[in-house]
Design a protein around this ligand. Structure first.
Ligand SMILES: Nc1ncnc2c1ncn2[C@@H]1O[C@H](COP(=O)(O)OP(=O)(O)OP(=O)(O)O)[C@@H](O)[C@H]1O
Length: 265
């Protein structure tokens, strides 16, 4: 028997029933193997099934055909081994930054004693540089800070896979760059497997080891997979003149705007 695969998607299909009509086949024939500690991004035009795919990996939705395995075990629903960060920070407004993270850790790691719990929460508050804001409520901090809390909360439960659905999509470009830096730095520390959905070509190249490019729906599937052979840590300014960066950017742009251009975007 070969080595166990980390995360494996096999012949995934998702159909949505449409009342009175034929089912809508959003994605089909998706086969993908994701390695441990790998950062991959999924890019494609609106409606190509990126969120659908992520929801199936998270277990929030079920595929209508095919299998998803995490470390050999079939994914059949949500679980703490897969944490999700959404575009709109889903923090509880009546809890402070600290308490939002604490609540998640308490739930997933009930075995921790008071001191261990405190240390764990503080470690992740510090990891996203929010020590100064730990007693603030979500309404009292900026959008970028809220998203950092979301990332800290997701990572604090020690997931095997971090799933991010356009996590920086709602932020201005400077805040977005700042969060990308946070994510890259954190990744160097915690070595998670990260799957990130993005519409942003530069973000995909900057962050990823591989970029998964989806064809347009209906019946969207993986069109091409691009390997990004850039060493880490990556510096966004230096990358601008790196031939590998340019090659990757051009490959994605050509896929999205030549091979699979979409008129209505
Ligand atoms: N519950 C549903 N019922 C019917 N069709 C659905 C449902 N959810 C999604 N779809 C359709 O499946 C396709 C894929 O949707 P999905 O949200 O995964 O795309 P996406 O690539 O994430 O889009 P965007 O980039 O705009 O967020 C779309 O055509 C969408 O309309």
């Amino acid at each position: 028997m070969g080595a166990q695969k980390f995360l494996h998607l096999e012949n995934i299909e998702k159909r949505f029933p449409i009342p009175g009509k034929k089912d809508y086949i959003a994605v089909t024939d998706v086969n993908l193997e994701i390695k441990q500690n790998e950062i991959i991004s999924i890019i494609g035009h609106s409606g190509c099934g990126k969120s659908t795919l992520l929801n199936m990996i998270s277990g929030l939705d079920a595929q209508t055909d095919g299998y998803i395995y995490l470390l050999g075990k079939e994914v059949k629903g949500p679980g703490p081994d897969r944490a999700v960060v959404f575009q709109n920070h889903s923090l509880l407004p009546w809890l402070t930054v600290y308490q939002n993270i604490e609540m998640a850790v308490k739930k997933v790691m009930p075995e921790l004693n008071k001191q261990e719990l405190k240390e764990r929460v503080e470690k992740f508050v510090t990891m996203v540089n929010l020590d100064h804001a730990k007693d603030k409520l979500p309404d009292e901090i900026s959008g970028g800070m809220k998203q950092r809390v979301g990332i800290a909360r997701a990572l604090a439960i020690k997931p095997k896979v971090l799933l991010m659905d356009e996590p920086f999509g709602a932020l201005d470009s400077l805040t977005r760059a700042n969060l990308q830096e946070h994510l890259m730095r954190i990744q160097q520390n915690v070595q998670n497997t990260v799957i990130i959905i993005t519409h942003d070509v530069d973000e995909a190249v900057l962050l990823s080891d591989r970029v998964i490019m989806m064809t347009n729906g209906p019946e969207a599937t993986i069109g091409e997979i691009l390997e990004v052979n850039l060493p880490r840590p990556r510096n966004r300014v230096e990358l601008q003149t790196d031939p590998e960066y340019t090659r990757c950017r051009e490959a994605i742009l050509s896929f999205l705007y030549e091979k699979f251009a979409k008129e209505d975007e």
